[in-house]
Design a protein around this ligand. Structure first.
Ligand SMILES: C[C@@](CO)(OP(=O)(O)O)[C@H](O)COP(=O)(O)OP(=O)(O)OC[C@H]1O[C@@H](n2ccc(N)nc2=O)[C@H](O)[C@@H]1O
Ligand SMILES: Nc1ncnc2c1ncn2[C@@H]1O[C@H](COP(=O)(O)OP(=O)(O)O)[C@@H](O)[C@H]1O
Length: 298
């Protein structure tokens, strides 16, 4: 059977405010996501024996725990519960990882979303984006954003209340000191600030502000202080980078995002990269501004 190739993009968070905590322990956020042109690749082929197999890069977890595998199983279960298909729902999934894991770039959530979008199509299920988003939310808080296929969005709730934004393409530098951050450990830390007041700007104003300067002084990443405490090397990278260009951590870390706003800052960052320690992974990327490639067939 022919296989189809899907790209699964990473994201960054331009800011992330922790506005409170729900009774179930999950934190409410206000954040802006934008996809970037750094991709994992998934090869998917239908199987006619009804089994789901995952091969390729393991991401350091058992196959049954891998978000790509769990997404396929969750979709199949949902389809059977809703009597949506009497077909044999099977697939071979081959995952090639390029996005670092535990880096605040949402790679696992993106893989889950890509599998949901791809198998919804290949299995002819025709579930809506909103149905796929509710299946995805149980797998990870960032999954609904990737399922939405909007390249940028303002998110509230735990990340599932999404308002699309039109943000420009920008060149950014991502620096990752090869540190794996455990998102759960950051959110459960006693020192996490949890009471950021909700934004009062309209979506239109927010979009205008982010067009002018994506790292607005009045915005923060509230997870930075705890991640810096847990992983001092992430703080070292931040301290070094922020002298050169506006810099903020993405998600729960460990990746720092620097966004040069002039040719001088761009040149200074390039010189900085040339002298950075070898184990600090530096990568230039572009934010995605128009149509997402998540779920696109190559
Ligand atoms: C922080 C963010 C920002 O985009 O991204 P990453 O840094 O992971 O990329 C996300 O909110 C992360 O979403 P995701 O990575 O899907 O986290 P999940 O697997 O859902 O949650 C891991 C654990 O973190 C805690 N958690 C997560 C999200 C949230 N809004 N409140 C929480 O308290 C919960 O303890 C949960 O068990
Ligand atoms: N397909 C996958 N890709 C990446 N990580 C995965 C995947 N499946 C499960 N995981 C687990 O989820 C954790 C967080 O994954 P990832 O999405 O890369 O990081 P982050 O939440 O920081 O953006 C990883 O440490 C890994 O243990």
């Amino acid at each position: 059977m022919p296989h189809t190739v899907y790209l699964s993009p990473a994201k960054i968070n331009w800011f992330l405010h922790v506005t409170g905590q729900r009774d179930d322990g999950y934190h409410t956020l206000e954040t802006v996501f934008q996809q970037i042109d750094w991709y994992d690749t998934l090869h998917i082929q239908l199987r006619n024996d009804g089994n789901i197999h995952l091969q390729g890069d393991s991401c350091g977890v058992a196959i049954e725990t891998n978000l790509a595998y769990r997404a396929a199983v969750a979709l199949k279960t949902f389809a059977h519960q809703h009597n949506h298909s009497n077909d044999v729902l099977g697939a071979d999934i081959h995952l090639q990882k390029n996005i670092p894991t535990g880096a605040g770039l949402g790679g696992g959530s993106s893989n889950a979303a890509t599998v949901l979008l791809a198998l919804n199509q290949l299995w002819h299920l025709n579930f809506s984006h909103s149905q796929l988003q509710s299946i995805g939310l149980k797998l990870g808080a960032d999954v609904p954003f990737f399922v939405s296929e909007h390249p940028a969005a303002f998110a509230q709730g735990i990340g599932e209340q999404l308002s699309p934004l039109d943000l420009p393409k920008r060149e950014i530098l991502l620096v990752n000191p090869n540190v794996h951050v455990n998102t759960g450990a950051v959110f459960t830390h006693p020192n996490l600030p949890r009471q950021h007041p909700a934004l009062t700007t309209s979506l239109f104003e927010l979009q205008q502000q982010l067009h002018e300067q994506p790292f607005q002084a009045q915005h923060r990443n509230d997870l930075e202080s705890v991640t810096f405490e847990l992983s001092p090397e992430v703080k070292m990278v931040y301290n070094a980078l922020q002298h050169v260009a506006p810099t903020r951590m993405s998600g729960s870390g460990s990746t720092l995002v620097a966004c040069p706003m002039s040719d001088d800052e761009s040149a200074a960052l390039k010189a900085w990269v040339a002298n950075a320690p070898a184990h600090w992974q530096c990568r230039w990327a572009n934010t995605i501004s128009t149509q997402s490639t998540n779920g696109d067939i190559l």
